[in-house]
Design a binder for this molecule. Structure first.
Ligand code: HSE
Length: 285
């Protein structure tokens, strides 16, 4: 039996669109076993077939290795909310690919996995931290993906604010303009540099300045009902806020645990149907 666990991830972190991502301590577990025919459990019935993302990624892994796809049983156990911008698809893709390598006793290197998973998902920002752990940039160069890993300051406290509705990534990407100005590009590059330093040093003042995205959040906020309620509460507690991936989850960052607790209490009262929980960075990969 092959068992793979993969962490949830939060992509973009505001100004790091399609590049930055953070792994956190909520993990999905996938088990793979030989069987007489394909069997998938632990997910809704409509996904218990050949179209299942884990299975398709497993097939892609077999193809990359040049090996035939065996009949197998896949058991999924994932606490990660689906279509909420917390990387649930990335966990399936990474797990399927990694399991194929293990199945044929030719495991992919982390970098090979990042490349294969990015080819599958289309962008590296979830799959890279899902594989390497921690805070990562996946940089798509002419020579393949370069992975940059950064330490995150211990004194930053993260809060996941998960709405009771989903957002489709395709819909959220379709909202974005086809091109941006030099001014926007310059703003974005400079602020993403500030963001990385602020996350490494834990400087919340810089973090609040850095989280001023102009590439995607202005277009996507409207998909998130009550975005303004959350933004006002974050302002009140002088904490940072960004849209996780393409949403619907929002992530708040404070620099002390009591403030995070007060922010959580306030939001739980205002948005009683949402799931609002603290999390820590997962550096294990
Ligand atoms: N970078 C992606 C986006 C993450 O924002 O569309 C969603 O998977």
């Amino acid at each position: 039996m092959i068992k793979v666990t993969v962490p949830a991830t939060s992509a973009n972190l505001g100004v790091g669109y399609d590049c930055l991502g953070l792994a956190f301590d909520l993990r999905a577990t996938f088990q793979f076993q030989p069987a007489s025919k394909l069997t998938i459990t632990g997910c809704p019935e409509q996904f218990q077939n050949e179209n299942n993302l884990v299975y398709r990624a497993f097939q892609a892994g077999c193809e990359a290795l040049g090996d035939p796809v065996p009949p197998l049983a896949i058991k999924i156990d994932s606490p990660i909310p689906v279509s909420r911008g917390l990387g649930s698809s990335a966990t399936c893709i990474v797990a399927g690919l990694a399991a194929a390598g293990e199945w044929f006793q030719t495991p992919f290197t982390q970098n090979e996995l990042v490349q294969l998973a990015t080819d599958f998902e289309g962008h590296p920002d979830n799959v890279t931290p899902a594989i390497y752990g921690g805070l990562c940039a996946g940089v798509q160069t002419d020579e393949g993906i370069s992975v940059l890993s950064y330490p995150v300051a211990d004194d930053l406290d993260f809060l996941a604010i998960v709405p009771d509705f989903t957002v489709s990534t395709d819909e959220a990407r379709a909202l974005l303009p086809n091109s941006v100005s030099y001014a926007t590009a310059t703003h974005q590059i400079s602020h993403s540099l500030l963001l990385v330093r602020a996350l490494m040093t834990g400087n919340l003042f810089d973090l609040r300045l850095a989280l001023d995205d102009r590439l995607h959040e202005p277009y996507r906020k409207k998909l998130i009902a009550n975005y303004d309620v959350v933004a006002e509460a974050c302002d009140y507690f002088e904490s940072s806020l960004y849209i996780s991936g393409s949403g619907s989850t929002l992530i708040a960052i404070t620099d002390d645990t009591p403030t995070r607790g007060m922010l959580r209490q306030k939001l739980m009262k205002q948005l009683p149907d949402w799931k609002i929980f603290p999390f820590a960075v997962d550096t294990a990969g």
